[in-house]
Design a protein around this ligand. Structure first.
Ligand code: ATP
Ligand code: MG
Length: 633
């Protein structure tokens, strides 16, 4: 194996040769004629002319070597149900689902909107679409009717697949009334709605348009549906971004490039070997779920664990018991989940045998140093922070342990991943940043395989949004702000929208958050910049305390606030000092666990935050409002 540096350099200097080699990881029914078509930048077409199929590569291909190996282990702590599907069984279920879809008229190129909770049928439905060459668009099951309606109108599906209900934290959420309302709101009217009846909803809507899946599944029990061989660049799916910073963008992904990129990532980043078991605690509604609950582990012949439930029910040891019970080798989740677990009794972690676990992967939000150290020490295994976006489909920054085991640096997700020509640029001049200089994280053309091909039916938005924001440069902007050190390690400092300008000094919200979270009293923190007549902007901090009871009196709070401000002074200098530190019980976050800093900033500036369709708990905004009111009074 070459060193990381050589490996990365080769992938950038000669992407054709690099990816031609990696393309051997998947089956091509017809070989491609061209590795990369760069005739129409910023669009890039990978493996042009090659024909393949994601479902074939994820499932059918393994029937010869591992027919009896578990492909999917399903665990729901909400319903108490646990199911296992071997590759043979998974193949059969996908064929049934594909036959049912076909009987409802679904064909190559059609969109199928999947609005399902974490149940095995969601995997069957996604892979059935892949089999048929239909384009799936999974909408996170927690979204309300207006979000669903907007996605129905944008994706124009011929079929919606839904369930009677989802469940979270012991609460049942009826889906059918939401679908009904969304259909009433949407302009586009999909001809069919297929219903997976879990018999969970006490009052399942009895609408005549809902088609029960179960009798159809029986009817097509022995069906075999051949895979459609798709040209590598045909769309495989459309997935909308989380909507943290505004109107979600429909990310369109290809077939061949995605398969190759994920298969390679399983070797070089995740080190997943055939027969391993991987547990990705995310949701199929997010990109991490698409790539690392479903496609990548199956493409690489692993067993994937799909989990419905929270990390703390029935108690905070539930995930660790899963690791022991299923001999899980690789685990992947978000820092938010680890912060939740950090508040639990540490003994829970020690009660399970975690010897099978090799690595814990974390992505989705900045991994703060205290959380990284806590989980690293508690597990005694490598923690691999990895940075990416719905748009890229797989990591852009990570320690690529399958290439070279570089030492991790706390607070940084590591170095640029092979294939990504990642550079930090000054947003005002477009000039490359020197080491230590802050700038926007950009990617050069072409994006590697597996990244977004375009915005669904909106090429202009793809160019305008992503490729036109840095002056004097035709580069892809991540809209994240960061800093790179001499060794190439990048630290994410926040979103470019969240950069604060205090008296001419530019600071990422992340820097101040990181300083505050190093204080032992702090469990979570959000920092926002708000307009200030004198300084241009000032920072306001909102903290959630680890033990709020310990700071019940006004005096204790004041002392704590002074102490927190001093912590920032010490680490970043007085310039970064927050104007106020507010204590709240919860912070406003998206359903995928990302902080809604813009909403907090709006409230702080006396504006309404506007529509926040993806907010997890609106009560969190009320907390912010009340904290600000006490400040004003
Ligand atoms: P939208 O683009 O609609 O506002 P979003 O950016 O929240 O939504 P995602 O694609 O789910 O949607 O999130 C990607 C973003 O999450 C990244 O751009 C980055 O800001 C953040 N992120 C992801 N992984 C990491 C990480 N390891 N460290 C720091 N930030 C991360
Ligand atoms: Mg984004």
């Amino acid at each position: 194996m070459p060193s990381y540096r050589d490996f990365h350099r080769r992938s950038i200097e000669d992407p054709e040769a690099f990816w031609r080699e990696e393309a051997k990881r998947i089956h091509w029914e017809t070989p491609f004629d061209t590795v990369l078509d760069r005739s129409n930048p910023p669009f890039a077409r990978w493996f042009v002319g090659g024909r393949t199929n994601l479902c074939h590569n994820a499932v059918d291909r393994h029937l010869a070597d591992r027919p009896q190996q578990n492909a999917l282990i399903y665990v729901s702590t909400e319903t108490g149900i646990e199911r296992r599907y071997t590759y043979t069984e998974l193949h059969a279920e996908i064929n049934r689902m594909a036959a049912v879809m076909r009987s409802l008229g679904v064909k190559r190129g059609d969109r199928v909107l999947i609005y399902l909770p974490m149940i095995p049928e969601a995997v069957f439905a996604m892979l059935a679409c892949a089999r048929l060459g239909a384009i799936h668009s999974v909408v996170f099951g927690g979204f309300a009717a207006p979000n669903l309606a907007a996605r129905i109108d944008d994706a124009q599906p011929v079929l919606i697949v839904t369930a009677d209900a989802g469940a979270r934290g012991g609460k049942v959420i009826d889906y059918t009334p939401l679908v009904d309302e969304a259909l009433a709101r949407a302009t586009h009217k999909p001809p069919h709605v297929l219903l997976i009846d879990r018999q969970l909803a006490p009052e399942r809507l009895n609408a005549s348009y809902l088609i029960d899946y179960e009798p159809l599944r029986e009817q097509f029990f022995d069906a075999h549906v051949p895979c459609e061989w798709l040209e590598s660049n045909e769309p495989s799916y459309v997935l909308y971004t989380s909507g943290t910073t505004g109107r979600p963008k429909g990310v369109q992904r290809d077939v061949g490039g995605y398969a190759v990129a994920l298969a390679a990532s399983m070797k070089y980043i995740f080190e997943g070997r055939p027969g391993d078991t991987m547990f990705t605690a995310s949701d199929i509604g997010w990109v991490v779920g698409h790539s690392y609950i479903i496609y990548a582990p199956l493409l690489a012949g692993l067993t994937t664990v799909m989990y419905e439930g929270t990390p703390v029910r029935p108690d905070g040891g539930v995930w660790w018991r899963l690791v022991e019970h299923h001999r899980i080798n690789l685990m992947f989740t978000a820092p938010t989940a680890i912060r939740v677990l950090k508040k639990q009794d540490p003994a829970l972690l020690k009660q399970s045998d975690l010897s099978s676990l090799r690595t814990l992967f974390l992505a989705g939000e900045p991994l703060d140093e205290p959380t990284a150290s806590w989980i690293g020490d508690a597990l005694g295994k490598p923690i691999v922070d990895n940075y990416w976006q719905t748009e890229t489909g797989w990591p852009m920054l990570a320690i690529q342990r399958g290439v070279e085991v570089l030492p991790p640096k706390l607070g940084s997700p590591g170095v640029p991943v092979y294939g990504y020509d990642l550079t930090l640029l000054n947003e005002d001049t477009g000039e490359p940043c020197a080491p230590g200089e802050k700038g926007v994280i950009t990617l050069g053309y072409p994006l590697p395989p597996g990244c977004m091909a375009t915005v669904w039916h909106d090429d202009a938005r793809f160019i305008d949004t992503y490729w036109s924001s840095v002056p004097n440069q035709h580069v892809y902007s991540t809209f994240d702000w960061g800093v790179q050190d001499e060794d190439g390690y990048v630290t994410i400092l926040g979103r470019t929208d969240d950069v604060i300008n205090i008296a001419g000094h530019r600071l990422g919200t992340r820097e101040i958050e990181e300083a505050l979270s190093s204080h032992t009293a702090v469990a979570e923190v959000a920092v926002v910049g708000v307009a200030d007549a004198l300084k241009g902007q000032v920072a306001l901090a909102f903290v959630v305390l680890r033990d709020a009871g310990g700071y019940a009196t006004d005096e204790a709070r004041r002392t704590l606030e002074t102490d927190l401000v001093k912590t920032v002074d010490r680490q970043l200098g007085a310039i970064a000092r927050p104007a106020r530190v507010h204590v709240v019980a919860i912070l406003p976050k998206t359903r995928s666990g990302k902080l809604l800093r813009r909403a907090i900033a709006a409230l702080a500036e006396g504006r309404e935050p506007g529509d926040l369709p993806t907010i997890e708990d609106p009560a969190a905004l009320q907390q912010v409002r009340e904290a600000l009111d006490t400040q004003r009074s």
